[in-house]
Design a protein around this ligand. Structure first.
Ligand SMILES: Cc1cc2nc3c(=O)[nH]c(=O)nc-3n(C[C@H](O)[C@H](O)[C@H](O)COP(=O)(O)OP(=O)(O)OC[C@H]3O[C@@H](n4cnc5c(N)ncnc54)[C@H](O)[C@@H]3O)c2cc1C
Length: 372
């Protein structure tokens, strides 16, 4: 049995520690904070349930999420997870990270993990494996590998909590709201009946955009927040899209954001945190090669990426906001499969087609519109 150090008790680290401890390894989980903090990463995807079920995590008390509603100007479109091509899970959850991360830490402790509250500056010695799960700080990873930003995704964000946000127009209870304006978008995540997490993501061409000015350009966000009260101070997030050039080496590995983070749009971060944790536990127990681990995570990210770039590049809007008659059932089911996070292992056929052909499909639609 191996001696394993996992650094960082966020979702990726606690999940990995649980799987490894259940496999009989001696696991020490190092975490800088004695209590989990309220952080972003609150809206989960249905496909994340695969790993949550393996962990046996209770999701009691978290708000159910059945779909997403996208607003742009006065137009909106809603996607329900049950429209996916091969729906496996049609419900996800929005979570308070304080509660969710604590439940995951408890699972790790109950599985036999030793939890040490300490902020590590360098990889600890005396272990067969040291795994970096410190999120976007990548505190251990920077000793082992390099990181690359994404040439097209260089966004920043501001977020806060609001009491009393109005329900989203065109949405169902529990939907995540994505409310866009040129070069920026708001997220609205209902954490419970009173409290919502609201954020503004800003692309480089709108650098310096102020929250109140963005509200003036986004009628739905202005309406939803008209009578809502901000709680606490806004938090800033910057330069979050980065990929490690290598995900593992002799005796070390990266899971969660420490390996890669794409972008907040479509809420894929926690899915990758959970999937990478479960898969890296298989690398440690010898049932998955390190090369396959990296290939699987990168292949899943590559399916998501065109939908993300298409969103900032208008392709998604061209297709997503087209009338339903123009949107083929295959386009919708493929898109919803991607939005549900069905990107690992055996992604459905139309999800792959939408991902591969998004920009061609949008160009064709624009040409058809010009002709008619
Ligand atoms: C603006 C924004 C919005 C987002 N919204 C969503 C969303 O709606 N849905 C979604 O799925 N994802 C979202 N994400 C992504 C999500 O936040 C991450 O993907 C997720 O938190 C990754 O989990 P993790 O366990 O890898 O890292 P983290 O959650 O960051 O956990 C890392 C842990 O490591 C600890 N730590 C750090 N350094 C050290 C150290 N030196 N020593 C010991 N401990 C340390 C930290 O205290 C923390 O507990 C968003 C990201 C951004 C930037």
């Amino acid at each position: 049995m191996s001696r394993i150090a996992v650094v960082g008790a966020g979702p990726a680290g606690s999940s990995l520690a649980t799987f490894c401890a259940r496999d009989g390894h001696h696991v020490t989980l190092f975490e800088s904070e004695s209590q989990p903090r309220a952080v972003v990463g609150e809206s989960l995807l249905p496909e994340g349930n695969r790993v949550l079920e393996l962990l046996g995590l209770s999701m009691d008390g978290f708000v159910e999420k059945h779909g997403a509603v996208f607003h742009r100007g006065l137009q909106y479109v809603r996607f329900d997870f049950d429209e996916a091509e091969r729906p496996r899970w049609t419900v996800a959850h929005h979570v308070s990270r304080v509660e969710f991360d604590q439940r995951l830490r408890n699972l790790a402790r109950n599985a036999g993990t030793k939890i040490v509250i300490e902020q590590l500056k360098r990889p600890p010695s005396g272990f067969d494996w040291v795994i970096d799960a410190t999120g976007r700080r990548r505190a251990m990873a920077r000793h082992w590998t390099r990181f690359e930003g994404h040439p097209l995704l260089r966004n920043a964000a501001i977020s806060n909590y609001y009491r009393g946000a109005a329900p989203l127009r065109g949405g169902k209870h529990g939907d995540v709201g994505i409310l866009s304006l040129p070069g920026a978008w708001f997220w609205v995540i209902p954490l419970n009946n009173a409290l919502s997490s609201v954020g503004l993501v800003i692309s480089p061409e709108r650098k310096g955009l102020k929250w109140d000015d963005a509200l003036k350009e986004c009628p739905e966000a202005a309406r939803v927040l008209a009578n809502a009260e901000a709680q606490g101070r806004p938090m800033g997030h910057q330069d979050f899209t980065e990929y490690a050039t290598t995900f593992s080496g002799p005796g070390w590995g990266l899971v969660g954001d420490a390996a890669l983070f794409l972008d907040p749009i479509y809420s894929s971060g926690m899915l990758f945190a959970l999937e990478s944790a479960e898969r890296f536990s298989r690398v440690i127990n010898g049932t998955l090669s390190a090369g396959d681990y990296e290939r699987q995570i990168r292949a899943a990210a590559a399916l998501f990426e065109p939908l993300i770039i298409g969103f900032y590049d208008e392709d998604f809007h061209e297709l997503g906001f087209a009338e339903k008659s123009v949107q083929s059932p295959q386009f919708r089911s493929g898109t919803v499969s991607l939005l549900a996070g069905n990107v690992f292992d055996d992604a459905p056929r139309y999800a792959k087609i939408v991902s591969r052909r998004l920009s061609d499909l949008a160009a064709q639609l624009r040409a058809d519109r010009q002709k008619s």
